[in-house]
Structures are given as structure tokens and as C-alpha cells.
Design a protein around this ligand. Structure first.
Ligand code: ADE
Length: 232
């Protein structure tokens, strides 16, 4: 029997909880939660709205298009959750955050309690960023309609790294980026599909040769597609 004692808890604050339901309730994320290795709780920010109409945003000072998420609902939501547990990081997902990479996912997978805030509209009042947020993460240089999909990406990237989540524990170790380079090409049956052949070496049964070939292929692929990774 295997025992995994390091379960992680992730809370997410959002105005659109439905957007997070599907990505977090299938496949590997579902397995992580049903095995008790990951607990994800999604909280609707409107519970802390400033009035009975469910208002959580307002016009921005100084004018300009787009609403800004109010301080009060966010501060109350964060403080309510902080009363229950201490967070290792309070993360705001935003296009102007630090771009997510495998190194950050690895580091976050070692934490116990994470709180993720999803922005909408023009974003959240700057004072919330200054007083509560400990990390700001972007999932790429493009703008999404809201932070929910970014939060789902982040939870997936972290959740699959938790010990015991992946069936074959070693497989995350061979992911692209895990050792700073891209993954090598992979093949499955048949060995000959319409005359397109699997490289002979993979059929050789020689583990050392296969390992060397994979490493060479990974390096070559990285050189061609992402030379910046080799410079790092
Ligand atoms: N919210 C909107 N766009 C985003 C992005 N690219 N990354 C993280 N959060 C976002």
C-alpha cells in the first residue's frame, strides 16, 4: 500500500464558478481529487457582493472603458478564507504577471495551501494586489476574457505533479521542460503505418541505446524549436 500524506488544498475565488467545473472534474484532475491528493474549492465572489444586486465591480477612477473589481468583496473573501487556513501563496492570475513555466509549477506543487484569485473586466483594484497578493502569474502573452481558464491551467500544471497523481510516477519526470528541454518524439503501434516506419532503434530492445537516442532527439528538437531553453 502506498501512502501519500502531502495533500494539497487550492481555493479559487471567481465570479464564474461554472467555468472551472469541467476542467477540474475530469481525467487527471478528477483522479487527483478522488484519491484525496488534491482538494479544490471554488468560491463565488458574489457571496461577498456589496449589495443585493450582487455587485462586485465598478467604474474606474480617472475614467476609461471597463469595470474594475471592487476592493471590498475581494478583501472579505480573502479574509474569510484566511480565517480557515494559512495560505503559502495568494496568486492573482493576470496577463501582466510572471509567465508560468515548469519551474514555477514544480515549486508551487510543493506547497500545501494555495489561494487563486481570478480577475475579470479590467482587473482587480490595485490595492488588493498590494495588500494581499503574494504572486502574480500569467499563462502567456495574450489576454483572456477572465482569469478562470488561466486558473484551470495553473491547477492542472500543479495538480499532475503531486506525488501519486500520475499512474506512472516517472512520466512527469520525462515531460517536456522537466529537465529544461523538450520531450523526444514518441511512437506506438503499428511499427509500419502506410510505409511510415518507427525508428529502428525503438524496436531494438536495447534500453541504453534507446535512452541515448531519446536524449539526442530531445536536444535536437529543443535546438530547432526552442533554442532559448538551451541558452538558459
Ligand atoms: N487573465 C486574462 N488573461 C490572462 C493571462 N494571459 N494569464 C493569466 N490570467 C489572465
Amino acid at each position: 500500500m502506498q501512502l501519500y500524506l502531502c495533500a494539497m488544498r487550492i481555493d479559487i475565488i471567481t465570479v464564474l464558478p461554472q467555468l472551472l467545473e469541467s476542467p477540474l472534474s475530469h481525467s487527471i484532475m478528477q483522479r487527483a481529487q478522488s484519491k484525496g491528493l488534491l482538494e479544490v474549492q471554488v468560491h463565488n465572489l458574489r457571496q461577498w457582493a456589496v449589495n443585493e444586486y450582487g455587485q462586485v465591480d465598478d467604474y474606474q477612477y480617472g475614467g476609461g472603458a471597463g469595470m474594475v473589481m471592487l476592493c471590498e468583496p475581494l478583501a472579505k473573501a480573502i479574509e474569510h478564507l484566511q480565517n480557515e487556513r494559512e495560505y503559502d501563496e495568494i496568486i492573482y492570475v493576470t496577463p501582466d504577471g510572471k509567465t508560468l513555466n515548469q519551474k514555477t509549477a514544480n515549486a508551487l506543487s510543493l506547497k500545501e495551501n494555495l489561494l487563486i484569485i481570478c480577475g475579470h473586466y479590467k482587473g482587480i483594484d490595485e490595492r488588493i494586489r498590494q495588500h494581499y497578493i503574494t504572486k502574480e502569474i500569467s499563462i502567456g502573452d495574450y489576454v483572456l476574457s477572465g482569469g478562470e481558464l488561466a486558473a484551470a491551467v495553473l491547477v492542472d500544471a500543479i495538480g499532475r505533479l503531486l506525488p501519486g497523481v500520475l499512474n506512472d510516477e516517472t512520466s512527469a519526470l520525462f515531460d517536456s521542460f522537466q529537465d529544461g528541454i523538450l520531450a523526444p518524439p514518441v511512437y506506438t503501434r503499428p511499427a509500419d503505418f502506410r510505409g511510415w516506419k518507427v525508428p529502428d532503434i525503438l524496436l531494438s530492445g536495447d534500453p541504453k541505446k534507446i535512452e541515448d537516442w531519446r536524449y539526442d532527439q530531445a536536444l535536437q528538437r529543443t535546438q530547432e524549436r526552442r533554442p532559448d531553453l538551451l541558452e538558459e
